[in-house]
Design a protein around this ligand. Structure first.
Ligand SMILES: [Ca+2]
Length: 212
């Protein structure tokens, strides 16, 4: 009984949220020039302006064919967020392909931990998903050499992983408009002994509390 009530409440909240914030298909991506080597994902000190902010139709970036982060390709942090839009209940394979490290959070939980310095390689998870919008956050860092960041999935019944299509991605409408001229001062990473903050999640122009 309680799970049913909880599911109804969550569905109502989802519906209310969808009504409040206009959506467009795609994901919000923000790139932050770092200017120093990194060996893992570090939280960003909050309140910093990204060097590039745009809405991507799909997440399938590669250094050799993308100029999204041109001029800052050596060391940068990428934050991508929005929603995974599921129309069919079932078990979904999710895959992050990255160079260097990355992680995927879905519905507030870290579902793929692909952190650390590494060349392009995949890491997978399999989740049971209900229909609806699932808040999604991808963090990524690039520290020299080539770079890559892609989000793929294997919906129920599919045989292979494919790039998550634009129709299954959503973000708040009208947020991919900032483009800050380079060069700008390098951003600050949090290197304190504890991690008191996380990368803020942007939904529209609103900065919402960090995910657990
Ligand atoms: Ca690299």
């Amino acid at each position: 009984m309680i799970p049913l009530l909880l599911a109804s409440w969550i569905a109502a909240q989802d519906a209310a949220g969808a009504a409040r914030t206009p959506r467009e298909n795609g994901l919000s991506a923000r790139f932050y020039l770092v200017g120093e080597p990194m060996d893992k994902l570090y939280p960003l000190v909050s309140g910093q302006t990204p060097n590039v902010s745009e809405v991507l139709p799909v997440l399938d970036l590669e250094s050799d064919k993308e100029d999204t982060a041109e001029g800052m390709q050596y060391t940068f942090v990428t934050v991508v967020d929005g929603f995974l839009v599921v129309t069919e209940r079932g078990r979904y394979g999710l895959r992050l392909v990255s160079d260097d490290g990355s992680e995927l959070r879905l519905d507030g939980a870290k579902v793929i931990d692909h952190d650390g310095l590494h060349a392009t390689k995949p890491k997978d998870a399999e989740l049971a998903l209900e229909p609806g919008e699932h808040p999604l956050l991808v963090r990524h860092f690039q520290s020299y050499g080539g770079w890559r960041l892609a989000l793929q999935w294997k919906p129920p019944g599919a045989a292979e992983f494919v790039t998550v299509p634009q129709s299954a991605l959503a973000c708040a409408a009208g947020i991919g408009l900032d483009r800050v001229p380079l060069p700008v001062p390098a951003i600050a990473l949090w290197r304190g002994p504890a991690v008191p903050q996380e990368v803020p999640v942007h939904v529209g122009q609103q900065e919402v509390p960090a995910l657990p």
